[in-house]
Design a protein around this ligand. Structure first.
Ligand code: AMP
Length: 280
């Protein structure tokens, strides 16, 4: 695996790959890598000649500086994990390399800015749009791989690609979970044993909602909301149901409509998100 910290040297190398008509896959990450991230590397390896993983804790997508400061950073471990997973290139730039000058563009994503993560984390998707557009410019990938765990983020990236006519295929990849059902996340590193157990109730609520949704989506939502509200140590921020394709919020689906349930909750001061298709 080759490691690059600078845009110029990476661009030089990418040019040789482009000249050789290699298909390049990019996995943007913020590091502290786990099996969820590595599953994206594996998926990219099956369809791309060269897999690039970026590790960059992007300040512009954090709406709380405390969350940015507390975000885990483990670059040496990340490099070992990526090498073992068959990644070809690690791109680990500094802030100055990614943003040599400020990007004044306001990235907007319609209803995605106004609901769930868009609503609860003001400016977050603007930052996601900014960094993904920049990484696409630097790496010029043929495909970008993103986890469905951040389901609104996948929709935001698809919208970005459409709005700016970027020649990148966006591939959404399934959520990898702990045996307890808890969705893997770099933020889980900040949870105690007890916190991990409490967090597992999020997937329990989603699975319970899935079992109940074919009878009634509103009742499934009420049941899951109640379960999470009753959980000591867990502070529910939202439990929403939305169209699984366009992520418009809904209460009662039309016949044949797929529904995804999306959750954000706080455990031990750590914000966890998850989602599951509950009606297909
Ligand atoms: P992050 O480092 O949290 O910004 O995540 C980088 C990429 O990995 C994003 O596309 C995430 O959606 C994806 N990802 C994070 N956690 C998981 C997971 N548990 N399963 C699958 N993909 C994930």
């Amino acid at each position: 695996m080759k490691t690059f910290h600078h845009v110029a040297s990476l661009r030089e190398y990418i040019a040789t790959l482009k000249a050789a008509e290699k298909r390049i896959g990019l996995i943007p990450t913020m590091g502290a890598l786990h099996e969820g991230h590595l599953s994206l590397v594996e998926q990219a390896s099956t369809t791309c000649d060269v897999v690039v993983t970026s590790v960059f804790v992007n300040p512009t997508q954090f709406n709380e500086s405390q969350d940015f400061d507390a975000y885990p950073r483990h670059l040496n471990d990340d490099a070992k994990k990526l090498e073992n997973a068959g990644c070809d290139i690690l791109f680990a730039p500094t802030n100055e390399e990614v943003y040599p000058e400020p990007d004044p563009t306001k990235y907007t994503f319609g209803h995605l800015d106004e609901t769930m993560e868009g609503n609860h984390r003001p400016g977050h998707f603007n930052g996601v749009g900014m960094v993904v557009k920049r990484l696409f410019e630097i790496v010029e990938p043929d495909a970008g791989f993103f986890g469905q765990k951040d389901i609104q983020q996948v929709a935001v990236v698809r919208s970005l690609v459409q709005q700016y006519e970027l020649p990148v295929e966006v591939v959404g990849c399934p959520t990898v979970r702990e045996p307890s059902g808890l969705a893997m996340s770099s933020r889980n590193l900040r949870l105690s044993e007890e916190g991990l157990k409490i967090g597992a109730n999020i997937s329990k609520a989603l699975k319970g909602a899935r079992e109940r949704a074919s009878a009634s989506v509103p009742e499934a939502k009420d049941w899951a909301t109640q379960l999470l509200n009753d959980q000591p140590g867990l502070d529910l921020e939202y439990f929403e149901t939305a169209d699984a394709h366009d992520l418009q919020l809904l209460e009662e689906p039309e016949k044949g409509q797929s529904v995804v349930a999306c959750v954000a909750a706080w455990v031990e001061g750590v914000r966890l998100i998850d989602n599951m298709v509950i009606l297909d």
